[in-house]
Every structure is written in C-alpha cells, then in structure tokens.
Design a protein around this ligand. Structure first.
Ligand SMILES: [Zn+2]
Length: 221
C-alpha cells in the first residue's frame, strides 16, 4: 500500500502546474523545463517552444548528444577576434586572416549580426570592425565602452584610406556615425551607407539587394 502511495505522489510531483508563473499543465517536469529553455530564446513563443521540445524528444539519443555538444562547444570555444572583434574561435577571425580581402577599407558595424548580413551580400571585399554596440547617452553607453580606440589604432597601423560606417539609421546610429565621422576624418575618408534603408530599420533584417545598394550608395560624411 505504502509503495503505491509514494509512486502516485512521485507521479503527481513530476507533473508541474506552472513554470515562470505560466500554467503548463499536462507536461512532465523535464519536458516543461526544456520548453521553458526554448521560450527564453528570442523570437520563440510558447507554441514554437512546445513544438521544438516535442520534436527533439522524438530524435535518436545520438542526435540529442550532438545538439547538446554543439551548444556547449559554441559557448565555450567562440570568442572575439583580437583585430576586428567579430565572433571567432581563433585569435584572428577568418576575414582578418583572409589574404584576398582588401586592406585599406574598413567597414564599421555595431555587432557581428550586422557583419554577417553584409557578408551575405558578397559585395564588400574589405575588412570589418565590430564596435560592440552604438553610442547611447540614454543608456549610459559612451564611446569608451565601444571598440573605438582599437579602430583608431587600426586606421593608423593598417594604412586605411576609407572607413565605411554601416550603422543602423536610428538616433543611436546617427549619434555614433557623427562621432566617428568627426574623430576619423583627419585620418581617412569616412562614408556612411544610406540608400534604401528606412529610418529605424535593423541592418540584419534588410534583404541582400537593399543592403548591396546601401553599400554602393554610401555618402561621405
Ligand atoms: Zn577579425
């Protein structure tokens, strides 16, 4: 009798009624935990989280191990390139190491997502510099928190003739472009991509044609 009672209690306890304040009835605890983890990801709602979790549950165990390994390896092995601050597993990223990329032109982006968006256009053959954000006085982010000093050093060390600012058309993007324009003009020509990008649009979501045109139609500042 006692054994039956314990087993029933265990079963009841293994089904939880809510996670993070949200009701999740009918899911066993490990599955609810997995769904909760997916829901923390950007752009994933409760239904998608459920679908992904249930899909994984149906995969062979080997596949799950590979998934978990890839997740951990990416987290532990990917750092920043010492030169351009793009994501890299090596001290220098593939773009900085590539001898076929042109020296002398640096495209400045806010983060690696924007760099990847520009790479998809296959239009730009120069080097990049990832700032690590945009100047935002409202959020207390000044140039000293971004990789600006390193950019100035590169411009003098690498004999850079042109800097292309590929920053989002937003208040922060405009502030940063204005600041960098003034700072860098004594050293090289500075232009900013413009054409076709509406105010406030995120660079990473722009399609390749729009982004190619924006790059071609850059204007000196
Ligand atoms: Zn690099």
């Amino acid at each position: 009798m006692a054994v039956t009672t314990v087993a029933a209690d265990d079963l009841r306890n293994s089904y939880i009624s809510s996670i993070g304040g949200r009701p999740l009835s009918g899911f066993t605890k490990p599955l609810a935990r997995l769904i909760d983890q997916f829901e923390r990801l950007p752009g994933i709602g409760p239904r998608t989280a459920q679908r992904l979790a249930l899909h994984l549950l149906n995969q062979p165990e080997e596949q799950i191990h590979q998934f978990a390994d890839a997740l951990l390896a990416a987290r532990t092995q990917v750092g920043q390139c010492q030169i351009c601050f793009h994501l890299s597993a090596d001290p220098e990223c593939e773009i900085c190491r590539n001898p076929e990329r042109h020296n002398g032109v640096i495209c400045v982006v806010a983060d690696s997502r924007d760099l990847l968006a520009l790479e998809r256009t296959r239009e730009f053959k120069g080097r990049y510099h990832v700032l690590g954000g945009l100047i935002s006085p409202m959020d207390g982010i000044g140039p000293e928190l971004l990789h600006v000093t390193e950019l100035v050093q590169r411009i003098t060390n690498e004999e850079v003739s042109e800097v292309i600012l590929a920053l989002t058309p937003s208040v922060e993007g405009d502030t940063t472009s204005l600041y960098l324009g003034r700072l860098l003009k004594p050293f090289c020509s500075v232009s900013r991509i413009a054409y076709g990008l509406p105010m406030g649009s995120e660079l990473e979501y722009a399609d390749e044609v729009t982004l190619s045109r924006a790059l071609e139609g850059r204007r000196p500042i």
